[in-house]
Ligand binder design. Structure first.
Ligand SMILES: Cc1cc2nc3c(=O)[nH]c(=O)nc-3n(C[C@H](O)[C@H](O)[C@H](O)COP(=O)(O)OP(=O)(O)OC[C@H]3O[C@@H](n4cnc5c(N)ncnc54)[C@H](O)[C@@H]3O)c2cc1C
Length: 392
């Protein structure tokens, strides 16, 4: 149970209503056809979900990470893919939020918050040869006079095929390793931005993960976010901010599966009694509900800490929010995988069919253990933070 402020409570209610009224009737079909739900993007825009965290002076809702988590959790209870589109969009905005100067913010936020057109953003870090080990990226931005020339390929980028704006990380000085990585904003209509292949995924169907190829894309210094060489810290700060929202997505998926399977257990009769009357089922449901509540507490604890709006990576580390963010993500994702799998089990053979939503939720849950840093990488982040304190 969350003790929410009036504003947070209102945001949650709007998201819940919208998820039930607009997303629920579309969820099964989106998963079946895989067609990108532009109608929902339009609705999200109208309700402010695509400019939730932007300051009011730029037309935003002045929301925070807690607001984002609440929206994503409510949408994910109904449809993972429909929650991933606004989640990835907001993650794409985060590098701008933490590092853009006022002119860049004014230019980009006015496009993002423009009510007339759906304008999606994507976060482009992963490459075919650099996933968990993102610091070994091969994409380069080579400086020549006033310009940088961007070359390389990003892969598995959510919203990649549908975004108009990308937050991109590239090497400006490969010899300096992480200190040679810089962040840029790149607009889709720049010459040399090529949309590559979209992957055929297990779950989160309806959202896209797509390759983006940069073929000598000319960028000016105005495209640089922060200073040259600050890109790695910007990427890591972004991940600290976004991981609780992935945790919230996982909590939403788990809660959705729990709600569906308990209602089913209440109605389904075997051996002359409800499934809900079997102790084996009761214990399973009790564990599922307990794990979901614990995951939710961790997510909103991390979000609350992030709402102090400390965005510098070293300061985040000093207050321990990097560890807490990683814990929120890893725990919630593991809970989502376990709870959605148990929900399929409670429905038995019917749980394994596409007639019911729990198999979709189980497929969607798997993704939360992989993106925003796999759960192995989260454990590395947590363990590093623990042992850091023993270092001389
Ligand atoms: C649905 C989806 C959406 C995505 N969206 C985006 C996006 O919007 N933007 C973006 O930039 N990327 C995105 N990604 C990419 C995602 O972040 C990467 O898939 C992820 O970081 C893992 O990289 P990889 O796939 O190359 O796996 P690898 O790095 O090759 O890892 C393979 C396995 O080895 C394990 N492993 C690797 N290193 C270690 C280690 N040191 N110790 C222990 N185990 C290790 C991993 O945990 C994993 O289990 C998305 C991926 C998916 C599936």
């Amino acid at each position: 149970m969350l003790n929410l402020s009036e504003k947070h409570s209102m945001i949650q209610k709007i998201a819940e209503k919208l998820a039930k009224e607009k997303v629920a009737p579309r969820a099964k079909e989106i998963d079946k056809t895989g067609a990108f739900p532009w109608d929902l993007v339009d609705i999200y825009k109208k309700h402010g979900f695509l400019y939730l965290m932007l300051p009011e002076k730029f037309g935003g809702l002045d929301g925070d990470i807690t607001s984002l988590c609440l929206v994503i959790e409510e949408l994910a209870k109904i449809s993972g893919a429909s929650s991933l589109i606004p989640l990835a969009h907001n993650v794409g905005i985060m590098p701008i939020m933490v590092s853009a100067n006022d002119e860049q913010k004014e230019y980009l936020y006015s496009k993002i918050a423009d009510p007339e057109r759906p304008y999606l953003v994507a976060f482009a870090l992963t490459e075919p040869e650099a996933g968990s080990d993102a610091s070994h990226m091969r994409t380069t931005a080579t400086r020549d006079g006033e310009y940088y020339y961007l070359n390389g390929k990003k892969s598995m980028i959510t919203n990649g095929a549908n975004a108009q704006l990308y937050s991109v990380f590239a090497n400006t000085n490969p010899k300096l390793r992480t200190n040679g990585i810089s962040a840029f904003f790149v607009e889709r209509d720049y010459p040399g931005v090529i949309i590559g292949k979209s992957e055929d995924k297990m779950g989160m169907i309806g959202s896209d993960i797509t390759e983006i190829v940069f073929d000598n894309v000319r960028l000016s210094k105005d495209n640089l976010l922060g200073k040259e060489g600050e890109g790695w810290n910007i990427a890591m700060s972004t991940l600290n901010l976004s991981r609780p929202a992935v945790g919230a997505q996982a909590v939403g998926l788990a809660q959705g599966a729990l709600d569906f399977s308990t209602e089913y257990a209440w109605k389904r009769v075997q051996f002359g009694q409800k499934l809900a009357d079997f102790e084996g089922i009761q214990f399973m449901v009790a564990d599922m509900a307990t794990h979901v509540e614990a995951a939710r507490a961790l997510v909103y604890d991390a979000a609350h800490l992030l709402d102090m709006k400390v965005y510098e990576r070293d300061k985040m580390s000093a207050i321990g929010v990097d560890k807490l963010s990683a814990m929120a993500k890893v725990y919630s994702a593991d809970v989502a995988m376990k709870v959605t799998t148990d929900a399929v089990q409670i429905l038995g053979g019917y749980g394994y069919t596409k007639e019911y939503p729990v198999e979709r939720m189980m497929r969607d849950a798997k993704a939360t253990q992989i993106y925003e840093g796999t759960n192995q990488i989260q454990r590395i982040v947590i363990a590093r933070d623990i042992f850091r304190h023993f270092m001389p």
